[in-house]
Design a protein around this ligand. Structure first.
Ligand SMILES: [Zn+2]
Length: 360
């Protein structure tokens, strides 16, 4: 039986670029288990190692999970593998599927090897993890729906979706991604320059038409229950992955909207990753009563100087659903249950309000 969980969001990014570095510890049959879920960019691995040594008093991590191969999530994990003893590494290996997916490509010159090589180059931080784990004989498992990482169940992606839908998209846009994200953020800035609009509790504008990269949609979404608590980690998932999670959970009898008491707001609170419909399926519908005190917690990793993370319109969506919202913005924040060890120098955090005005 498991009890006592600590979920620690470490700050990533002193500039404008956000990332995730999350450490989790729980007790299982009287023994502590430790999981690292993403490691931020390269520089943040050292902070994670320090955190595990100082606050968990350990040199051993049971599970290292890379939600998806983007640098702001995979980068710091190499330092963790190199400086702590690791039981299992959980990451996707997109380059391992080139023979299964090569028929999607019309270029007759593509060989299995060249496809795999290109993916390895494009996702160099994730590939370096695989190398480091193999060198140390750390077992590598792939986080597909239904697999179990300690007390956490993987809800998304399904293996089929990953191999046949997402991986071909990684390869089809080898150079597009960065430009797309620049275009998206410029578009966001233009939209925001247009100013703010009033927001109301009973009206939500989060359309279902938003989309994010295939890499983000490949984020391993994890869920665990301890007693009455339900803990959901989402990486940079978008609406597609959130829907898959809700469907998968329902198929195995987990009523997510009823069970989730803690959620990671996906993709640093970006507006392209959540919709009203997806949130309703995942964590339930907005509350009727705007004055009801929050009963659940949502955390978001956003860089100290990120001007657009988290979006107010996204924060409001979680507040409407009964969450108090905490953000990193340059410091570590910890969600913990009763009975977990006290920490010197850690105090209460200030939660975000319901914003009366949101980005247009
Ligand atoms: Zn990210």
């Amino acid at each position: 039986m498991a009890d006592g969980i600590e979920i620690d969001f470490l700050p990533v990014g002193d500039g404008e670029h956000s990332g995730d570095a999350i450490a989790v510890r729980w007790r299982e049959d009287g023994q502590y288990k430790i999981m690292i879920y993403d490691g931020g960019t390269k520089a943040y691995g050292a902070a994670l190692v320090e955190h595990v040594k100082t606050h968990y008093n350990s040199n051993y991590v049971d599970y290292v999970v890379n939600s998806h191969p983007d640098n702001d999530h995979a980068g710091g994990l190499l330092h963790v593998l190199e400086n702590l003893t690791v039981g299992e590494l959980w990451m996707h290996r997109p380059w391992a599927y080139s023979d299964e997916i090569r028929h999607y490509f019309h270029d007759g010159r593509i060989t299995d090897d060249s496809l795999a090589e290109r993916l390895k180059q494009k996702m160099s931080a994730a590939h370096a993890l695989e190398d480091a784990a193999e060198k140390r004989e750390i077992p590598i498992n792939e986080p597909f729906a239904g697999r179990q990482i300690g007390i956490f169940t993987v809800l998304s992606p399904t293996r089929d979706q990953y191999v046949h839908d997402l991986v071909p998209q990684f390869e089809k846009s080898p150079k597009l991604k960065k430009d797309e994200s620049v275009v998206a953020s410029v578009l966001d800035m233009i939209k925001e320059a247009a100013g703010y609009i009033a927001d109301r509790w009973d009206i939500e504008y989060l359309p279902d038409t938003v989309s994010t990269s295939a890499e983000n949609e490949s984020s391993a979404i994890l869920f665990a229950t301890i007693g009455k608590g339900g803990y959901l980690l989402t990486g940079d998932a978008g609406v597609q992955a959130l829907r898959t999670s809700a469907d998968y959970a329902a198929s195995v009898g987990i009523d997510l909207p009823q069970r989730v008491t803690f959620v990671q707001i996906p993709h640093h609170g970006g507006r392209h990753n959540v919709s009203t419909e997806a949130l309703n399926l995942l964590v339930g519908e907005p509350l009727q009563n705007a004055t009801a005190p929050p009963t659940r917690t949502a955390y978001v990793s956003a860089a100290a100087k990120a001007p657009r993370h988290p979006k107010k319109v996204v924060t409001n969506a979680f507040v409407r659903r009964g969450f108090r919202v905490g953000q990193t913005k340059g410091r570590a924040i910890s969600h913990f249950t009763q009975g977990t060890p006290k920490r010197e120098g850690w105090g209460p955090i200030t939660y975000l309000p319901f914003f009366e005005e949101v980005e247009k």
